[in-house]
Design a protein around this ligand. Sequence first.
Ligand SMILES: Nc1ncnc2c1ncn2[C@@H]1O[C@H](COP(=O)(O)OP(=O)(O)OP(=O)(O)O)[C@@H](O)[C@H]1O
Ligand SMILES: [Mg+2]
Length: 380
Amino acid sequence: MTDGSRRPFQPAILLEGVTKRFGSVVAVDNVTLAVEEGEFFSLLGPSGCGKTTLLRMLAGFETPDDGSVYLRGEDVTLVQPNKRATNMVFQNYELFPHMTVFNNVAYGLKLKKVPRNEIGQRVNEMLEVVGVGGLGTRAADQLSGGQQQRVALARALINRPAVLLLDEPLSALDVKLRKRMQLELKSIQHSLGTTFVYVTHDQEEALLMSDRVGIMDHGRLLQIGAPRSIYEQPRNEFVADFVGTLNDFAITVTRTDGDLAVAENGDGDRIVVMAGHSCRAGDTLRIAVRPERILLTPRAEEADSGQPGNRLSGRVQDVIYMGPFTQYLVDTGMLGRVVSQRVSNEEATLITPGLEVAVTWAVDAAFPLSDRDPVEAPTT
Ligand SMILES: Nc1ncnc2c1ncn2[C@@H]1O[C@H](COP(=O)(O)OP(=O)(O)OP(=O)(O)O)[C@@H](O)[C@H]1O
Ligand SMILES: [Mg+2]
């Protein structure tokens, strides 16, 4: 264990050019990544993109074909799992079913021959931290899914790992419990200060829990950033589309005005995007706008703003009530279907199917889309 012998200014985790192949499958492809001490870092990506394989290389259950893994500055690429300052929480918890909760959590400390009274104290404290203080004598197979999840967490945290690796730990829970555990996990992580690497394919979960998120596809790390930057400034179409929903438009530029490219159809419809100086009339641009940035105004109430911004005529085709939000599908002559998402308040109820509307969004709400090719991920 590297506990206590920590060198200053080293990231908790450093992966350098790590690749893992299974036959012809490149499960993890040249990943470079640094995770800081105390950080809550999530790996987000679709099924089969290499999340579990990356985590297993951090834990030592897989050895990279290329590249190196460092924990707190120490090269652990070839170090056995039980000799690493990591602990892993598996998707199916893997508790000892007939053992009591107490003994499940105490197991690692007993192996390390920690004195009995210290084990008692530490286990009981940890059971309190994860919210199952009263369940120590219960057998593990007599617990609900959520309780098992907490015990699995306690069992991993009791060893005071430098890094806790969690592989979709909440995926077996119902939505309500899952949402509660997301917040609790985050607060446990915060109070203990342990570095977490958390694997999920749920974008909402990744955004709400993490300090930073890494988006993976086909073994590659496409983008690393804080939740806001991943969502607001996705670097390519895959990231933009995977994290949140998207209106995706192709426009043909009719004129430029400095940095701005304008597309007009002569019927009063106009799109204005920041496109840079190299853009010319006749160019085709692909842009994206999040549904929540798109505003709808009944045409009857539309004031001529005199502003040269985005504006399309449309007719509401469908209204989908989603509880706190309502989604509007609007047919526009210029761009086809546009999706708008608004808070479900009084005003929103005035917009009904068939209504003629003006569709608008701020110029800075649109971002350009590059192709689906992965971009080189930065190391921080
Ligand atoms: N032991 C193995 N032998 C052969 N191929 C494997 C092995 N483990 C993983 N793979 C392959 O490597 C790729 C990445 O798998 P991995 O389990 O890391 O994906 P994942 O992102 O965790 O997916 P999921 O979200 O479904 O859990 C997949 O194509 C998978 O089939
Ligand atoms: Mg997996």
